[in-house]
Design a protein around this ligand. Sequence first.
Ligand code: AMP
Length: 280
Amino acid sequence: MKVYSKITDLQEQISALKSGGKTIGFIPTMGALHQGHISLVQSAMDHCDVTVVSIFVNPTQFNNPDDLLKYPRTLEADVRLLETINCDIVFAPSVEEMYPENSLGYQVDLGKLGTLMEGKFRPGHFDGVVNVVGRLFDIVKPHKAFFGLKDFQQVAVIRYMTQFLKLPVEIIACPTQRESSGLAMSSRNMRLSEAQKTDALHIYRSLILAKKLAENHDPKETKKAVVNYFQQGNLQLEYFEIVDPNTLESLSDKWVKGSTACIVAYCDEVRLIDNMELIG
Ligand code: AMP
């Protein structure tokens, strides 16, 4: 496995592989890798000849400076883990390498996609995501890129951006990986104590309840009952929405195929995100 921190070195290697006819699969990450990330790497290995993982804690997508400061950084362990599963290339640039002075940013008007849910509660977050993913796509020029459905809205944003900018990359969405308890795997879970992890299970239980209620209630009733249930636990709810999977607009009276419950809650100061498809 090769590890690069310089864009030109990485591009030289990728160009050589591409001219040898190899297809490139790409997984952007912020590191502190867990089995959720690894499932994306495995999916890339199934689809492509060469797998490239980037590890970069992108400052421009954090609207909360404390969250950026406390975000786990475990580069050495990440590299070792990727080596054990035979990943081909790791790209771990510095902030200066990614954002040299006078570098041009990618800007996409996301419309409603950028103002709902994460867009509402993390102003500027998706501008940072679009910018970094656009820049990474430009550097790596992958054939396919793999994203986790755990960040449901992010997948929609990346698909939109790719179409809007007419980027020649196929976006592949991969299912959320969970602990055996049901807790969605997340780099942020490293910041939770065992007791907090138990508290955090309330998120998963609420999603399961939503799925059950969806069998014989409309979205509005389901949301009301789930929010009520959620408030009996120890976490602080930021939002719970039941949305159309394409527009991400909240549903009220009618279910649509792919209706998805999206939730964000704080376990003390750790922000946790999860979602579940309610109607298949
Ligand atoms: P992050 O390092 O949090 O930026 O995540 C990098 C990629 O891994 C994103 O596409 C995430 O959606 C994905 N990811 C994070 N957690 C999980 C999970 N539990 N299951 C599947 N994919 C995940």
